[in-house]
Design a protein around this ligand. Structure first.
Ligand code: SF4
Length: 198
């Protein structure tokens, strides 16, 4: 099974999937992940007390709030733990927390597809259609909405298939076209083609 985080990693650089799932290199220690857990707990505590939801809307006053929702699809071979799921009488709204800045008030591309992957899992697990979701960026307090279209679902499913293919066929994929990413990549120590910071 792959995870929803793999979708984000694949978009950062497909080689990370190869290192992680084919070569099984030791996972680099991720300080951001540790800090993220503490921040996650703090945001969740506030959200439990809040009337409505992060992205206030009167309709959400009566919403059911679910946190750290475990989702899985055997069909897709995909699983993940969603930070926050808002359930109203009309809809399910997945929310993912990010502990950095938004992209000038908008969603970063890899976060967008990660959220769509969560939405697809929500649809399958709750037998519903998800129409929108949110990313909460804690550093600049932006709640960015993403509307789910058939096209974005299709692209996300294609990526999930491509990730599965790298793992199954053990094919080393091409690296990201953006060499700047290598400088901040936790896997650079394993990567021959990475760009060094001189
Ligand atoms: S160091 Fe660069 S090429 Fe290697 S996995 Fe990371 S982003 Fe990809």
């Amino acid at each position: 099974m792959i995870t929803v985080s793999d979708v984000k990693q694949y978009l950062y650089c497909p080689k990370i999937i190869y290192f992680d799932h084919v070569l099984h290199v030791p996972k680099p220690f991720d300080q951001k992940l540790e800090t993220g857990k503490e921040k996650h707990d703090s945001i969740t505590a506030k959200e439990k007390r809040r009337k409505g939801a992060l992205f206030y809307d009167q309709e959400l006053d009566q919403a059911e709030k679910m946190f750290r929702v475990a989702l899985e699809s055997n069909n897709l071979g995909l699983r993940g733990i969603l930070d926050y799921l808002v359930r109203t009488k009309q809809e399910f709204i997945p929310v993912d927390y990010k502990f950095g800045f938004s992209h000038n008030g908008c969603i970063h591309l890899n976060h967008k597809y990660q959220l769509v992957a969560y939405a697809i899992l929500v649809e399958e697990n709750f037998k519903t259609i998800v129409r929108r979701g949110f990313i909460h960026y804690s550093r600049d307090r932006v709640n960015a909405q993403i509307d789910l279209s058939d096209e974005i679902r299709r692209r996300t499913l294609k990526m999930i298939r491509e990730i599965g293919q790298i793992i199954e066929e053990e094919i080393e994929p091409v690296s990201t076209k953006n060499p700047g990413r290598c400088m901040d990549c936790e896997y650079s120590r394993y990567c021959v083609g990475s760009q060094s910071v001189d």
